[in-house]
Design a protein. Structure first.
Length: 236
């Protein structure tokens, strides 16, 4: 049974209306990473960091999964072998489309974390520095997202999946941020066929055996239909 491992990035959610980071007009052209997405930024101005994530949390909660998210859910349901989705995205659109067991290596907007005691819970739509941890009471609540300089979540698990992959696909990611940018190399070392689905060549495009150049909402359903042998091409 072929094991398929899929990495997704902001590009898969672009057609659901959520911004990417490095495209023209992207999130990092309006906010500096060092002001809103590092532990130092949070220590310096927690209110500003919460405002940044509150806006994204509210926007993500109102977004709908698109045909690409739906196609990956169909692939998980229809493929006889294991299909593992690892996402860099902090939105919940894979789950909203019906995908299961999604590995959020950069965390999730919908979850909160206490920096004092490590408790995690479902975040309120808007968080603030005055929120008290429901566990220990400390006013140390933060979005449960991975900031620059922090370790991504569940990397051991991800590397194990890559070591056993027969097919690896990277969808909608620029390949600018490590360790995710190195996943294709890992998968290729394990003998996987590596596919990049992106309108543009990523920074690590040369690590892939195949490229499907186009928007996720068109290319992912077509790719899934090929994998499921035509059975997966029901229209949305
Ligand atoms: N369909 C598919 N891909 C698209 C689409 C689309 N409709 N629109 C844009 N893209 C591609 C772009 O070509 C680009 O390669 O999506 C990619 C977006 O790249 P980034 O904005 O860098 O997003 P991502 O790769 O997910 O960033 C990785 O960086 O800032 C951190 O933690 C953040 O998880 C994020 C990580």
């Amino acid at each position: 049974m072929e094991k398929i491992v899929i990495l997704t990035g902001a590009g898969i959610s672009a057609e659901s209306g959520l911004g990417t980071f490095r495209d023209a007009g992207g999130i990092w052209s309006e906010n500096r990473i060092e002001d809103v997405a590092t532990p130092e930024a949070f220590a310096r101005d927690a209110a500003r960091v919460h405002r940044f994530y509150n806006a994204r949390r509210v926007q993500a909660a109102a977004a709908e999964p698109n045909a690409a998210h739906a196609a990956l859910a169909r692939l998980q349901a229809g493929h006889p072998g294991e299909v593992v989705i690892v996402t860099q995205n902090v939105d919940g659109l894979h789950e909203a489309a019906g995908s299961r067991g999604v590995i959020h290596m950069h965390g999730e907007l919908a979850r909160a974390l206490c920096a004092a005691c490590g408790l995690r819970w479902d975040a309120a739509p808007e968080m603030s520095p005055s929120d008290a941890c429901p566990g220990c009471g400390a006013r140390a609540c933060r979005p449960d997202v991975v900031w620059f300089g922090e370790m991504p979540y569940r990397m051991e698990e991800v590397l194990d999946h890559l070591a056993g992959a027969d097919v690896f696909a990277a969808i909608g990611t620029s390949g600018e941020v490590w360790p995710a940018a190195g996943f294709a190399q890992e998968a290729a070392l394990a003998g996987a066929h590596c596919v990049e689905i992106n309108p543009e060549a990523s920074a690590v495009a040369s690590d892939f055996h195949e490229a499907r150049r186009g928007r996720a909402s068109e290319m992912v359903p077509a790719w899934v239909a090929d994998l499921l042998g035509g059975a997966g091409d029901q229209s949305l």
